[in-house]
Structures are given as structure tokens and as C-alpha cells.
Design a protein around this ligand. Structure first.
Ligand code: HEM
Length: 332
């Protein structure tokens, strides 16, 4: 990567379209204004479109429709639930792994821990699924969350392997096919079950959950202009799992890794947590003390910027245009 220039123009001779690569956040902000002339190129959305249209792949009016349904689910009560479920999952993890306060444990593959944690939190808070640490650790009985994890890891293989290859007697390839087919069936059943639960709670005037999945399924009731089709519900379910799981897991893994390398900073975090929480208070009991942990929050936010989860934003112009963008020549 050439870091000397903020804008590089590439004109391929043999294949592909000309492109500009821009590394200026300022210019990116001006160009990516979704109301204007740039949109996510359809031909590069194949991976996120495998299960149906969704917020990640959509542009224009379709993006607004999906966003109107999904956005309200990201609210203070969801964030409160995330805190509560993270604490509960942490306790389950410590118990299931047999860790005690005075034991020293060497972890050979630390990355797996935040991965499993993120999957459980999203399954519980986003989709109201009863995922547990023990379920996710059981290789004999793959859970819904685990299957989703395998599917997101084999996404590229699924895209490039031609259909006929799945009929060959190659176990690894057959396993991919088997997992993807099972997940399709599971998802359909999940939608049907949640529809039934929604109808039941309507009939008994009981309040139903406000998790992301419930919002998606209840939008199937609305008319076509504002609602979602069944395949869009499944497309969004997968897209949200996909967008939320690996990103969160990688940020957590990188943060813990860097803190381990900079133990003085890690110590500051431990001190702050102990100072805010004390040793007696149950961290799950309201009011939330998370906003008071300013140092710890800054560490997490800064690492989510440093460890570049999203390496590249792909945008294509929808029409010929001339635009003036302000480029800052001062490096910060
Ligand atoms: C530390 C964790 C995360 C990071 C670093 C991250 C990063 C990003 C980035 C860079 C984008 C692109 C923004 C754009 O195109 O304007 C994005 C979009 C998105 N993310 Fe995340 N994300 C994280 C967690 C999550 C979680 C937990 C969820 C859902 C459960 C999620 C769902 C989405 C969705 C749906 C979009 C598309 C939004 C839209 O087009 O309106 N992300 N994320």
C-alpha cells in the first residue's frame, strides 16, 4: 500500500473498471453520503446477497426501508440487555471452563473466546435465541449459533465451489453443503416459530420481545412499501449476524492482545473497573456503570479504529457527475 498519497487512480489495461482509491476520511465522508450519487456496487455484493436482500447490500429506497425497520432495535434497552447478557455469559464461561480466581490458565487459541462470546451475545440479544457457552462448546450437537459461525467461515468456499462438486465423495465439501442446507431449514423454521409467537402474543395482548429478529419478522405483516418479504427477513438475519459477529470478536481479541503487550495500560483499566464497581456490587444491577468507565471505553473505541475491521468501502457512481471534494493536506 502506498501511504504517500491520499488518492490513487487505477486504470486496468486487461480487466475491470477504473477506480480511485482514497485514504482520506474527509473525502470518504463527502463521497459516501448515501443520498447522493454513490452506492454499493451490486456486482460486489454477491457474498452478502446469498440469503436475500438486506441492509448491508441495499441502496437508495430499499436501504431506507430496511433501515427504518432495523434501526429502532439498536436502542438503550438493547444496549442494557447486551451488558446484562455479557455478564451472564462471562459467568457461564468461567464456570464451564473451570477457571477459578486462583488458577492460572494458558489459552492456546485466545481468538476463539471473543468469537464464541460475540456469537452468544448476538444470538441472545439480537435474536432471542437461548445460546449458552456449554451449547457452543459441544462438538456433537452443533447449535444454531455454531452453524451460523461455520457458514460465515465458509462463505467464500460456498461462492466459488460449483454445485456439482458437492456430489463428489469429499467429506469437507459435503460438510459445507450439509451445514448450509441445514441452516436454510433452521432459518425457515425460526421465522415460522417467531411468527406463531407473535400471533399468540397479539391474541393474548402479551408484550412481545423487541429484539432485532422479532422486529424483522413482525415487519412481514406490513404492506410491501414498508414491510419485508420472508427472504429479506432471512437475508437481514444472516447479514446482521455476519456484520456483528466477526467485527465484535476481532475488536475484542485485538484489544485484549494489545493490552497484554502494554501491561501498564491494562493495569489502568483494571484499576478503573475496580474503582467504579468495587468488589461488592453486582455489575448487572442497575443503574449501569459502563459510562463511568471512561478509560476502558476509550481503549475499546480506539482499538476498533486501529485494528481496521473494514479494510475498504466499495462505492460506485450511479451517474456521470462532477463533484468538488475538499482534501485536507495536513496529516493528523
Ligand atoms: C466493533 C464492532 C463493529 C465494527 C468495527 C463495525 C464496523 C462497521 C462498518 C465499518 C460498517 C460500514 C458503515 C457504512 O457502510 O457506512 C458497518 C456497517 C454495519 N454494521 Fe457494523 N460493526 C461492528 C458491530 C456491528 C454489530 C454488533 C452489528 C449488528 C448486530 C453490526 C451491523 C452492521 C450493519 C447492519 C451495517 C450496515 C449499516 C447500514 O448500511 O445502514 N455491526 N459496521
Amino acid at each position: 500500500m502506498n501511504h504517500q498519497h491520499e488518492i490513487i487512480s487505477v486504470i486496468p489495461f486487461l480487466h475491470g473498471n477504473p477506480a480511485y482509491y482514497v485514504s482520506s476520511l474527509n473525502v470518504l465522508k463527502q463521497l459516501s453520503d448515501k443520498e447522493r450519487f454513490m452506492e454499493k456496487p451490486r456486482e460486489l455484493m454477491t457474498a452478502v446477497l446469498l440469503w436475500g436482500e438486506n441492509l448491508l447490500s441495499a441502496n437508495g429506497e430499499m436501504w431506507k426501508r430496511h433501515r427504518r425497520i432495523v434501526n429502532p432495535a439498536f436502542n438503550q434497552s438493547t444496549y442494557g440487555l447486551v451488558v446484562k447478557e455479557t455478564i451472564a455469559t462471562y459467568r457461564e464461561m468461567v464456570m464451564a471452563e473451570g477457571w477459578t480466581a486462583d488458577s492460572q490458565n494458558q489459552l492456546s487459541n485466545f481468538n476463539e473466546i471473543p468469537k464464541k462470546l460475540a456469537l452468544i451475545i448476538i444470538s441472545r440479544c439480537g435474536f432471542g435465541l437461548p445460546a449458552t457457552w456449554a451449547d457452543e462448546s459441544n462438538p456433537a450437537k452443533p447449535s444454531y449459533g455454531k452453524t451460523l459461525g461455520i457458514v460465515s467461515e465458509t462463505l467464500i468456499s460456498r461462492l466459488v465451489i460449483p454445485k456439482w462438486v458437492y456430489s463428489l465423495p469429499v467429506e469437507s465439501v459435503r460438510n459445507i453443503d450439509h451445514t448450509w442446507r441445514n441452516l436454510a431449514i433452521d432459518m425457515e423454521q425460526l421465522v415460522v416459530r417467531r411468527c406463531e409467537e407473535l400471533n399468540e402474543s397479539k391474541a393474548t395482548s402479551k408484550r412481545h420481545g423487541d429484539d432485532i429478529f422479532t422486529r424483522l419478522v413482525s415487519a412481514m405483516d406490513d404492506d410491501a412499501k414498508y414491510g419485508l418479504t420472508r427472504s429479506e427477513v432471512i437475508g437481514n438475519t444472516f447479514a446482521l449476524m455476519f456484520a456483528g459477529h466477526e467485527t465484535t470478536a476481532h475488536v475484542l481479541a485485538a484489544t485484549f492482545g494489545l493490552l497484554a503487550l502494554h501491561q501498564d495500560e491494562q493495569e489502568k483499566g483494571v484499576k478503573e473497573i475496580l474503582q467504579v464497581l468495587g468488589t461488592e456490587r453486582d455489575p448487572a444491577s442497575p443503574p449501569s456503570v459502563v459510562p463511568q468507565m471512561t478509560f476502558t471505553l476509550i481503549v475499546l473505541i480506539r482499538h476498533s479504529r486501529i485494528c481496521l475491521i473494514c479494510l475498504i468501502f466499495l462505492l460506485a457512481s450511479t451517474r456521470h457527475y462532477e463533484s468538488t471534494v475538499r482534501v485536507s493536506f495536513f496529516r493528523t
